[in-house]
Design a protein around this ligand. Structure first.
Ligand code: SF4
Length: 115
């Protein structure tokens, strides 16, 4: 899946997140966590076991919380910059982030070949 295929609301957060990547990886740049919609929530919801059945339902519930989160872009940027392998971050589950990373690598490789 290409980055441009992450449509609608997701795409807006993705573009912002990508622009924040370098900042997100810097130590001490995690002040955004104070404004997280999930701050007081059970973190288990954001780290479901499995991707089918109850795990799928928890993933969808976590994503719906992310939809209303004011630091969604910052959260996604942090997850990408620090290579978080598990859980829902910024409204993206682990498989979606893996696909994002693959897409980013392909775009980066394409630019190197052109440049
Ligand atoms: S985007 Fe989702 S996981 Fe990230 S801080 Fe907000 S609610 Fe939590």
């Amino acid at each position: 899946m290409a980055i441009s295929n992450f449509g609608g609301d997701n795409n807006e957060h993705l573009v912002r997140a990508l622009s924040m990547l370098r900042v997100a990886a810097q130590k001490g740049s995690e002040g955004w966590r104070r404004d997280a919609e999930c701050l007081e929530m059970d973190t288990d919801l954001f780290f479901p076991v499995g991707q089918t059945g109850e795990g799928w339902e928890e993933t969808e519930r976590a994503k719906s919380v992310c939809c209303g989160c004011m630091v969604r872009s910052e959260c996604l940027a942090f997850a990408l910059a620090t290579n978080q392998q598990f859980g829902v971050w910024g409204g993206y589950d682990e498989e979606e982030r893996r696909e994002l990373r693959r897409s980013m690598r392909r775009r980066s490789a394409g630019r190197r070949m052109v440049g």
